[in-house]
Design a protein around this ligand. Structure first.
Ligand SMILES: Nc1ncnc2c1ncn2[C@@H]1O[C@H](COP(=O)(O)OP(=O)(O)O)[C@@H](O)[C@H]1O
Ligand SMILES: [Mg+2]
Length: 275
């Protein structure tokens, strides 16, 4: 009751997602060690760290692809059972993930890509094609701002540029009522123009009152897009900062410093772009 009242007057008091003391191993590799992470309502959080820091592992746990070994987890103040958490359950709770690779299927029309795995069926059990095309058109026009003649729900993914493909994947997540969109390296391998499109799509997540977790190797992209930064180093959270508390240069040198302090085994890895 008190919490409900607090939420009305202070909507940011309850995080949208809260992970507490999460650990994850892959055989003998410790991917995450005692990681606590929160994502607030209408907040864009940047997840930073060198290769192997555990960013993707954290994202996979959030999106239900991998299960944590220990810790606890709640979404909207409701506790989630770690062992039965799945992609399906994540989606039910409003957590949608956009992966850089396999975001969309190349040789399928756009509308099929939007609804793949969760088609809208009519009462005969058949795919409601008209409905799906209409919804896809809405994403293309309203979310992505594509009004040209060439792009329709029937078009193939090939007509979209790299940034637009990420845009469709983000628009799809929003369409399926995501309260949190998780973006793992959405700007990697894109040209400058395409990157700015993706950064704009991320701003639309914020404008729509939703939240996002944004992972990128590119400090500039993360700095521009995010309200807060969480830095991982070898499976642990080593720093959390609000954007107002650090400059882009400060953030970059912080990460360079971490990379320089790395163990000899991963000293050759760069904190710059590319995997
Ligand atoms: N499926 C897996 N099997 C074995 N080791 C893994 C697997 N996924 C990740 N790891 C290991 O866990 C650590 C963290 O990886 P990852 O979460 O992908 O880091 P990041 O995304 O920050 O580069 C790395 O040492 C990586 O090799
Ligand atoms: Mg990764």
């Amino acid at each position: 009751m008190l919490r409900a009242l607090l939420n009305i007057f202070m909507p940011h008091t309850t995080p949208l997602i809260e992970l507490r003391h999460i650990s994850k191993r892959f055989g003998s590799v410790v991917a995450l060690e005692d990681v606590s992470f929160t994502l607030g309502s209408n907040e864009i959080v940047g997840l930073l760290g060198d290769n192997g820091a555990g960013k993707s592992s954290l994202v996979k746990i959030l999106s239900g692809v991998e299960q944590a070994d220990s810790g606890s987890f709640s979404v909207n103040d409701t506790s989630v059972a770690l062992k039965s958490y799945s992609v399906k359950m994540a989606r039910k709770l409003g957590i949608e993930t956009v992966y850089q690779e396999r975001a969309l299927c190349e040789n399928q029309p756009l509308w099929r890509n939007v609804f793949v795995g969760r088609h809208k069926r009519n009462r005969f059990g058949l795919i409601d094609v008209a409905y799906e095309k209409q919804a896809t058109e809405t994403i293309l026009k309203e979310f992505m701002g594509l009004r040209g003649a060439g792009v329709s729900a029937d078009a193939c993914v090939a007509v979209l540029s790299g940034g637009e493909r990420q845009g469709l994947a983000i628009g799809r997540a929003m369409y399926f009522a995501a309260s949190a969109v998780i973006l793992d390296e959405p700007t990697t391998a894109l040209s400058l123009t395409e990157v700015s499109k993706v950064l704009q799509f991320i701003q639309q997540i914020r404008k729509a009152g939703r939240s996002a977790v944004f992972i990128s190797h590119n400090m500039r992209h993360v700095y521009e897009a995010c309200d807060r930064f969480v830095i991982l180093d070898r499976g642990r959270v080593v720093q959390e900062l609000n954007k107002g508390d650090i400059t882009l240069e400060g953030l970059s040198s912080l990460l360079t410093g971490l990379a320089c302090g790395a163990t000899p085994a991963n000293e050759h890895m760069e904190s710059g772009e590319g995997e």
